[in-house]
Design a protein around this ligand. Sequence first.
Ligand SMILES: O=C(O)CCC(=O)C(=O)O
Ligand SMILES: [Fe+2]
Length: 460
Amino acid sequence: APVHTDLEVRKEPPTPGCLDVAKYLCAVAVNKVSNLFTGKKGSAPGMGSGISQPWLNTLFHIRPPSRTTNRKSMASNFSSIPILDWSLTLDPATRQQFVSQLRHAAINVGFLYLSNSTVSQGTVDTLISYIPKLFVLPQDAKEKIRMANSEHFLGYSRLGAEFTKGKTDIREQFDFATPHASRWKPGDPDHYRLWGPSQWPDEDLIPGFKAAMEEYLLQVQELSYAVAKLLSEALGLPPDGLSKFYDSPELMQHRSKIVKYPVVDTSSQSDQGVGPHYDAGFLTILLQASDHRGLQVQNLSGQWIDAPPIPGTFVINFGKAIEFVAQGLARATSHRVVSPKGTTPRYSIPFFQNISLDARLAESVIQCNLLPSFPSFPGVLNLVLPPTHLVPPEILKLRELRGDVATTESVNFSEFDREPSGKVNLIGRIKSHPDVAQRHYPVLFAQIFPQGLPAQGSAY
Ligand SMILES: O=C(O)CCC(=O)C(=O)O
Ligand SMILES: [Fe+2]
C-alpha cells in the first residue's frame, strides 16, 4: 500500500509570487461575496480556488505538527495519564479548573481518563453484559452481517482481517454507528457513501442488544459534543468555537465498535492486539470493557506508557483532525493494544466522534495564519476573510513550551492538508478494509492498491 510518511507528504512547495497572492485574495473575495448572496456559511477557498494546497501552505505558513526527533528537553513528558473529574464542570466555581486540566491533557498528553461522566453506569453495565454473548454468536450469524456487505464499512470483521505495520492485529470486531440515512445521490462525491445504516445481528439471537448499543451510542454522542465544547475553551476559543466543523446533529454520524482481543499463548509469535496508530477525528471516547491491561500510549519521548482500565471511567484521546486544526497544539497521540495474558479476552468499545464530511481543515488553518500577518488592514480583511482566528496566538505558544515530539511508528490520516474530512476517512477505511473497498469503491481502491487486493488491510 502506498503509505506516506508525514515527512514525505511535506515536500517543499514552490515560493508564491505577488501575482499568486493577488489571485488568492481575489478568489477569497469572490467566494465571500458569493456566500453573501447564497447565504452559505463563509469559508476561505482552498483547493476550490484553483490554487494548489502545497503552495497555500507556504503562503500562509501552515506547519503541520512536526514529528521529528527531540530537540528540546521534555520537561512536560508524562509517565501516566491524567484523570479528570467531569463533576468539576457542573459547578461554575470549578469549571475553569476542569478546562485547565483539559488544556494540559490535550497539549502535553493527548489522552485522559474521565470519571463521573454524563453516561449512565446502568447503560454501560447493560452493554458490557452483552459483549460475551455477541462474540459467541454462531459464525454464520456473524458472517451474515460481515463488513463486506456494507458500503459504509459497518458490520463484522473476523479475527485477523486487519494488520498494522506489517503485522496481523489479533482482534475480532463489530463496527456500529449512530443512526443515519445515507445522503449520497448520484453525482455526489464517493465519501458521502461512507455514512449510512448499521448492520445488526438478528434480534432473536441476541434480544435487546441493538437497543442497548443504540442507547449507549446516544449518550456517548452527547458526551462527545459536551467535551468538544470544553476542548474548544481549553484551546482558547468560545464554547462553540469548534461547532463549525460539525453539521447539525441529524446530519452527523459517529462510529463505534465492539472489539475482542483474544488471549495469545506464550508461544505465539505476536501479541499485537492493534499496532501503533493515530485516530482520525476530533475525539475518541473509549470504554475499556474488561479488567485487562493492554492499551498503551506513546509519550513525548516515544516510551510506551500503560493506560490500564480504571472502573467508572472512559479514556478520551484526540485525533489527527483536531491536531491539524489546532496546528499541533492538541496532540493526536500514538497508541496500541498488546494482547491480554491469562485466560479471558480483553474487550473494548471505542467511539470515534466524526466531524462533517465536507470539513476542509486546511482552510481553517489558513484563516488563523493570515490574519496576524496583516494587522494594519483590518477593514479590508474583514471583507475578504471571516474575522476569526482558530487558536489564538497566545495559546498556540504553549505548543513551543511542550517542545518537539519523538518520531513514532504511527502513520495515518496525513491527507487533511488537501482533502475534505470525509475523503480522509474514506481513504483510512479503504486501507483498513481493502476487500470492502474493492467491492464498493473500485476506482479509489485501484488508486490506493494498484497491485490489487493485498493479503490484509492495515487497521487504522
Ligand atoms: O481497544 C482499545 O483499547 C483501543 C482501540 C483503538 O485504539 C482503536 O481501535 O482505534
Ligand atoms: Fe485508536
